[in-house]
Design a protein around this ligand. Structure first.
Ligand code: THU
Length: 136
């Protein structure tokens, strides 16, 4: 896995926490924020956005990814995800697959709790044996 300085981990957790404040999650009451760092050095932020019809809801990670790709960034250095509980959560399966389209398996994924405790996984650890464009 690519190494990340502690100061950068904390910086990205803080930015993901700011994004979490904009979460629209009236149904689950489970706010999530994400911060995705592009290879250009730019940071992209996302929150989960739910819907009364449930299915159209989108996770924080894919919100950040969509913002980044639509701004022209297609390669990434790191991702931070912060939820609002004392436990650490990792990205859902759909987000792992969406990230794998643009992020290398050695990209660090920082998963943080409300209190700031965190674990860092590589995307490859979270999505082993992934299906990608090389399989088509
Ligand atoms: N959610 C995320 O935004 N990211 C995750 O990593 C896990 C789940 C959202 C989806 C839904 O709005 C709420 O959290 C509960 O599942």
């Amino acid at each position: 896995m690519k190494t990340l300085m502690e100061i950068e981990i904390k910086n990205m957790i803080r930015q993901a926490t700011d994004a979490r404040a904009r979460s629209y999650s009236p149904y689950s009451k489970f706010p999530v924020g994400a911060c995705l760092k592009g290879q250009s050095g730019a940071y992209y932020h996302g929150c989960n956005i739910e819907n009364a019809a449930f299915t159209p809801g989108i996770c924080a990670e894919r919100t950040a990814l969509a913002k980044a790709v639509s701004d022209g960034e297609k390669a990434f250095e790191a991702l931070a995800v912060v939820n609002d509980r004392d436990t650490i959560v990792t990205p859902c399966g759909v987000c792992r697959q969406a990230l794998a389209e643009f992020c290398k398996p050695d990209m660090p994924v920082i998963c943080a709790s409300k209190r700031g405790e965190y674990k860092v996984y590589s995307l490859g650890e979270l999505l082993p044996y992934s299906f990608g464009q090389e399989d088509l």
